[in-house]
Write a protein that binds this ligand. Structure first.
Ligand SMILES: NC(=O)c1ccc[n+]([C@@H]2O[C@H](COP(=O)([O-])OP(=O)(O)OC[C@H]3O[C@@H](n4cnc5c(N)ncnc54)[C@H](O)[C@@H]3O)[C@@H](O)[C@H]2O)c1
Length: 453
């Protein structure tokens, strides 16, 4: 009887070994079919990268408009060219759908769905849960499932794993499960999905091996860590590091203002040190889908385990207060000209959360515009990448950046330092400029109408 059990186990492990070899070979021969769930800033470039490297990719999104856009070969993400989508759709390497049924035919499924925060600052992983439930419906042996969405440590093995195992299949044996954080930096001309080193952490060594094999096909620098939890924590360390250092730069700016020192010159000076210093810059507040949100995934998880994170909370407090600080600066500029916010026209330049992108999610510009509207200002905005926004329930359209509108406004506020702006023209055409990004820092000459953060 004992010998019989042993024989069965040996046969099973042989079968599993053949299974994993089969998947590895499929991946290496580019025969593996890949599905990406969530065609946003992360998912769309990932699809294009796999298609570029010879794989057949299917993108799944609940947003029908995005799916139709892919079908038509029209990109809606700045870093992805329409011509690329068109080419891979034509070559039948890339297709998009709203139908999850195709999951049953895939070898690898990658989740790139949103991970927002609830109003209470608690993680909202409902998108991950929904996508995982859909995967579980169609899960089959030998599939590799990867999560790329930023989330708290434990999501992959505590939340996704049990959902997928409801299928009756065993994680790490019948199918593989891993986490690989996305590090894409929209608008970055140097680093992209293909050349940003990729971290992989599986729920067991087989899962790590499978995920490493897959990502090695599109990225030459894939780094395996010991578990999915470590990989999840790596991403949170990276984003917390940014949040905390930006907060330090913001507080430095406030202190420099009190002391009458130019913070931008101070940072430039400190940057000459070739070791032990890395420049971070102050600004009107943090935005986007990552830095304002991700660190709070960690504080939440840490609190559940009995530890109250201090750096993250403090950094969040300082960064969150910056839009109000900017309002104070606008008020002072107007006050010195015997004007009040109420009744003045303020021209906001740039509403995207960072330069050269069109993403205005969580952008401090929206909060600043809302506060100005509440205080009775007449607010205009211009952004070469954003045509329309909603602030304080008001729908606003980007205005032309003309000499006459700049002249008519009482204060021009540079919130996003887009490269496309002609800062000399802006300064020369405006009566007063509040520059929250040091975008005018390289202009030759002295401009008495420019005020910096
Ligand atoms: N944007 C970035 O710069 C960036 C960088 C690194 C990591 N991330 C992380 O990557 C994840 C995705 O971010 P993003 O910026 O690509 O988000 P996004 O909002 O641009 O795209 C997410 C897409 O998922 C779709 N979606 C939502 N639920 C779905 C479901 N159940 N099935 C299918 N599709 C669904 C949405 O319609 C949307 O198109 C987040 O966790 C984010 O924190 C983002």
């Amino acid at each position: 009887m004992f010998i019989r059990v042993l024989e069965d186990e040996q046969i099973m492990s042989k079968v599993k070994a053949q299974m994993s070899n089969r998947l590895i070979n499929k991946i290496k021969n580019k025969e593996a079919k890949i599905a990406v769930i969530g065609l946003g800033y992360v998912g769309l470039p990932l699809c294009v990268e796999f298609a570029k490297n010879g794989f057949c990719v299917t993108g799944i999104d609940v947003d029908r408009k995005r799916v139709e856009s892919v079908d038509k070969g029209v990109s809606y993400i700045g870093d992805v060219k329409s011509s690329e989508i068109k080419l891979y759709v034509k070559e039948k390497k890339f297709q998009a759908t709203t139908d999850y049924k195709i999951l049953g035919k895939q070898d690898a499924i990658i989740m790139c769905v949103p991970t927002p925060l609830r109003k209470t600052k608690e993680p909202d992983i409902s998108y991950i849960i929904d996508a995982s439930k859909k995967i579980a419906e169609y899960l089959k042996e030998e599939q590799l499932i990867v999560l790329e969405s930023t989330t708290y440590p434990g999501t992959t093995d505590e939340v996704i794993l049990p959902i997928l195992e409801k299928s009756g299949l065993k994680a790490g044996k019948d199918f593989y499960l891993a986490f690989s954080p996305e590090r894409v930096d929209p608008g970055n001309k140097r680093y992209n999905t293909a050349n940003i080193p990729k971290i992989i952490g599986g729920i067991n060594s087989q899962s790590t091996l499978m995920a490493k094999t897959l990502y090695s096909q599109i990225n030459s620098n894939v780094i395996a860590v010991s578990s999915s939890r470590v990989a999840e924590m790596v991403k949170l360390l990276e984003n917390t590091f940014r949040s905390v250092n930006i907060a330090l730069a913001n507080e430095m700016a406030i202190m420099c203002d009190y002391l009458g020192i130019d913070v931008w010159e101070v940072i430039k000076g400190a940057t000459t040190k070739p070791f032990g210093f890395m420049p971070f810059y102050p600004g009107p507040g943090i935005g986007g889908h990552c830095i304002p949100l991700d660190p709070f995934y960690l504080t939440w998880k840490s609190r559940l385990h009995g530890y109250e994170a201090k750096f993250i909370e403090l950094a969040g407090e300082i960064n969150k207060a910056m839009p109000k600080y900017v309002i104070g600066k606008i008020r002072d500029i107007l006050n010195n000209r015997k004007k009040s916010i109420n009744g003045s026209t303020v021209f906001i330049l740039g509403v995207a959360y960072k330069k050269d992108v069109g993403d205005w999610r969580e952008s401090p510009a929206i909060e600043i515009i809302s506060m100005l509207l509440e205080k009775g200002a007449n607010v205009w905005f211009n952004d070469p990448y954003v045509s329309e926004i909603k602030a304080d329930d008001t729908l606003m359209r980007s205005k032309e950046l003309s000499k006459s509108l700049l002249r008519k406004s009482d204060c021009t506020v540079i919130i996003t330092d887009h490269s496309a702006y002609d800062y000399k023209f802006i300064v020369e055409s405006s009566s007063a400029v509040l520059d929250t990004r040091n975008a005018t820092g390289d202009l030759k000459g002295t401009f008495e109408n420019v005020f910096k953060l």
